[in-house]
Write a protein that binds this ligand. Structure first.
Ligand code: CO
Length: 136
């Protein structure tokens, strides 16, 4: 399967605002945008370093999957996202290898990307996202 680079790391945080002094003030990264993804019940903030981004994920509701993650595991790295030119082709390929999918088909995520998640049970316990720029 064709993966080109790490597109982003998803990091679960309780408050994006409280993290800005670290990412901007200490690391000197620039916040590219803050975007709410209503159907995921998260607010996201993106920083870019090389061709990789950091995606901070703040829950906007207690029943958000990010809220549940923070409750269970605490704040920290939530997922790794690989860029691929063809998310659906990757899904077809890994499901033939018995990998459990969270998304059977790509859906629209933050930052205009088409995304799909693989289940951590099948990925050595790292929640794994495949993504590609979505067609407008
Ligand atoms: Co992501």
């Amino acid at each position: 399967m064709e993966l080109t680079h790490i597109e982003h790391l998803g990091i679960a945080v309780k408050s994006i605002a409280e993290c800005l002094p670290y990412y901007e003030g200490v690391l000197g990264l620039k916040c590219l945008k803050i975007e709410e993804v209503a159907d995921q019940k998260v607010k996201t903030a993106f920083f870019k370093i090389g061709q990789t981004k950091l995606e901070l994920l703040e829950p906007t509701s207690p029943d958000s999957t990010i809220a549940k993650f923070i409750e269970k595991k605490g704040e920290g790295i939530h997922h790794i996202a690989f860029a691929t030119p063809d998310v659906q082709a990757c899904l077809d390929e890994v499901s033939a290898k018995e990998v459990q999918l969270i998304d059977k088909a790509p859906r629209r995520g933050a930052d205009g990307m088409d995304i799909a998640f693989l289940h951590p049970k099948s990925t050595c316990h790292v929640l794994t996202e495949l993504c590609m720029p979505g067609k407008k």
